[in-house]
Design a protein around this ligand. Structure first.
Ligand code: ATP
Length: 378
């Protein structure tokens, strides 16, 4: 790592480990040596399935749990052994933890008063926060008189009022229904970006991570498997776990048959893949081909050969439509292949009356371009 990288990391998590003791004297490692650099002003999402250790990591950042070993550096200062109130860090919990008997205004003022801030400064800070989250006219209401999304914004205002250097969000939108969640995601990002605070959020919802974060760290079993922008994680997953966890994907096991610098050929039970880039590997090795459903075309007619396509019989397959799910903007097809495996294909419904509409049990052709694949070797 270069000296300039060291200078740039605003939050540096260094070989962090968290062990929990079981009742029988055994030790369970919830966080297994995580190192991570987070830049100033970014919204970083820790994403992973239940139990992967993301909350344990967040709690150590907040000071609610102390690490077994490793360090947490913020702006060059070691935070690892400090109590939560000693850190310039604030955490917004999933339940919001608003005080039900206090008004919105008093909820936001609570932490500032406890810090002993002079009255006029408390007032101006709270008013600025209310303006920021656009809840000025609800200042005198109690939390139960607000919608879920509004309560969410009060909790955010309260977390930001103390002007933390680092904001931690634990499943920030977990309590909201889907539609409200989508709207609130955008509002939340706008507010966080307008303040410029660095933010680490935890979520098991990949859409939420994709929508809100500038970068995502995908976690499994206490480790970070891949760090990247939402696009990088989606388009070039590094492992089978990441490909499968993020979005919908077809995973096909096969063998690397031809290994050239500019293309490879992979044989799977139903399909021969022509991949338009080289990979690090060797002929005969087992690999997994990941193919996103939206990168596959489907029709009742065989594909016409075009310049950008692989030569037949590569990258195409004939099957039978086993299932169709109409989502409005697109349709998901389950195409049963000769081996019995299912190929998932999504087609966007751009035309009102497409002239080759498919139906259950129809024979159909699916094909894809040499640029559509990701080849996974781990
Ligand atoms: P979820 O999305 O369900 O909250 P998570 O990814 O946040 O999951 P953690 O809460 O960090 O996961 O837990 C990671 C592992 O550590 C789990 O197996 C959990 O049972 C264990 N664990 C967490 N806290 C403790 C504790 N205080 N004592 C013992 N084990 C714990």
């Amino acid at each position: 790592m270069s000296g300039s990288d060291q200078a740039e990391a605003f939050l540096r998590i260094d070989k962090l480990i968290k062990d929990f003791a079981g009742q029988d004297g055994s030790v369970f490692r919830a966080v297994d040596g995580i190192s991570l650099d987070i830049h100033q002003g970014e919204i970083f999402a820790l994403l992973g399935p239940s139990g992967c250790g993301k909350t344990s990591l967040l709690r150590m950042l907040g000071g609610f749990d102390l690490p077994t070993s490793g360090r947490i550096m913020l702006g060059g200062q070691d935070q690892s052994q400090l109590a939560p109130y000693q850190r310039p860090i604030n955490m917004m919990f999933q339940s919001y933890a608003l005080f039900p008997h206090l008004s919105v205004w008093d909820n936001i003022a609570f932490g500032l008063r406890r810090e002993g801030l002079p009255k006029d400064q408390v007032a101006s800070r709270v008013d600025a926060m209310l303006k920021l989250v656009q809840l000025g006219k609800f200042a005198r209401r109690k939390p139960h008189q607000l919608s879920g999304g509004q309560q969410q914004r009060v909790a955010l205002a309260r977390s930001l009022a103390k002007q933390p250097k680092l904001l931690l969000l634990d499943e920030p939108l977990g309590a909201l229904d889907k539609k409200l969640r989508e709207e609130t995601q955008i509002e939340l990002v706008n507010i966080i970006e307008s303040v410029g605070v660095t933010c680490v959020m935890v979520t098991h919802d990949q859409e939420e991570a994709m929508a809100m974060a500038s970068r995502i760290g995908v976690m499994s079993e206490g480790r970070i498997l891949q760090v990247g922008t939402p696009r990088e994680i989606y388009e070039t997953p590094a492992t089978r776990f990441v490909a499968d966890f993020i979005g919908n994907v077809n995973l096909m096991d096969g063998t690397l048959e031809v290994d050239e610098a500019a293309h490879v050929e992979i044989t799977c039970p139903d399909v021969r893949h022509y991949v338009g880039h080289g990979i690090t590997g060797h002929t005969g090795m087992p690999v997994t081909v990941a193919l996103r459903p939206e990168k596959i075309r489907i029709s009742c007619r065989p594909p016409a050969q075009e310049d950008d396509m692989a030569p037949a019989p590569f990258n195409q397959v004939k099957g039978r439509v086993k299932d169709m799910v109409y989502f409005g903007s697109d349709t998901l097809y389950h195409l049963q292949l000769p081996s019995g495996a299912i190929l998932k294909v999504t087609q966007s419904n751009t035309e009102r009356h497409p002239d080759d509409t498919l139906s259950w049990d129809d024979e159909a052709y699916a094909w894809w371009l040499p640029s559509a694949h990701v080849v996974l070797t781990q």
